[in-house]
Design a protein around this ligand. Sequence first.
Ligand SMILES: [Zn+2]
Length: 467
Amino acid sequence: MRRLRSLLCCIAAASAGSIAVHSQSQSRGPSGVVVYEGARLIVGDGSAPIDGGAFVVRDGHISAIGRKGAVNVPGGAAHVDLTGKTVMPAMINVHVHIGYEGYTSWGAENYTPQNVLDHLQREAFYGTGATQSVGSSPTDASLQFQRDQAAGKFPPASRFFFMPGMAPPGGGPDAVLRVATTALHVVNEVSTAPEARAAVQAMAAKKIRNVKIWVDDRRGTYPKMTPEVYNAIIDEAHKHRMMVHAHATTLPDQKAVVRAGADVVVHLVQGEKLDDEYLALLKEKKPYWATVIGLGDRTDVCDPDPFFEVALPPSLVARIRATTEPRPLAPSCGPPSPNAPRREEIIAYNFPRMISAGARIVLGTDTGIQPGHTFGSGEHHELARWVQLGLTPAQAIVAATERPAELMGLKDMGTLAIGKRADFIVLDANPLDDIRNTRKISSVYLDGAKFDRDAMLAKWTAAAGSR
Ligand SMILES: [Zn+2]
């Protein structure tokens, strides 16, 4: 009996100890207020960084920010020393396809709340605080997931957003995505303007704020949405203060959707150079623009880099590296396709012209279609691509933080400022010097709590081992 009692005592002490360690790792003072001090602060609005900065977090929100010494720190606050680090806002990704990737399989059979959560945890692991799935998520299940996440039923992860998609019967998503979305009846298939208006009205009744349309015949293999239908969708959406995200990959289709009033253009024209007519149209309309360049690039998994591999099963990484034949919409590490130099030349021509004409670039990656270009890491690929194509690192960070928050109406996200959620990335090096330094992640905080990246890695490693 005495032995049992002493054993119980020790279990109690051990668990008390682990609770103490846990609360220490959350770094909250007795008042629940924390000051993070000493880091260079990148606000996310393009302003000059604050060197030797400090910010106070209370109840998951930033309550003060400025230079260390100039910020009023409440008594009893816990102090976290971030000297030598750089802090930037968590990123916001406006364009992914969530739920279908299983890393050893892909498809509708993987679509569960647990898998959606896993993908959002991958986004958080890599520093993304809000993630929007576009046109490929089942509406009612997604609304339920949002309610559950807002009610705190899930462990910490990137905040989930989604929008329904609309296409002509038999059209819409690419060949890979279509298999899954067809199985789950995700895409709203509409043939006429009245059908289109009715579908948008039904979305508005569910308080959905965005809708995606595909305007693409996939080189003559798909029916393409007609102007009559997309004009009706855009008009009806705007009546309900909804925004329309338009997938269009050719110059005539991008012109058409921008002229029709689409709010967000998805994709970069990669097959032809932009002309003055389109640039004038962009100047007039100033649409948001989700570039999603990375999906067409060679996967980062081809080159040994722990940053891109760490969350993936080693067997998958090995399989991708061993694949050398070109595979559209699937990863391959063979020689670049014969089209690659031409694509690159056109991208280099079009990208800066889109920007200077006034397209408002926002972070979108198209991740979730194939495992070589995946949740969270794809953001860092896209940022580096933008800088390679002419953005400054500061502009790239604005396009990954403040501007997507503005597009999505997330008033409490996107910058390091008073009143914003304390969603931020602590980096070991300065991304304003080299945008690839966004990959040197020391830690990620969501709602003022440190996201447990080590626990996530342990989970993914264990899952890979059980396969
Ligand atoms: Zn997409």
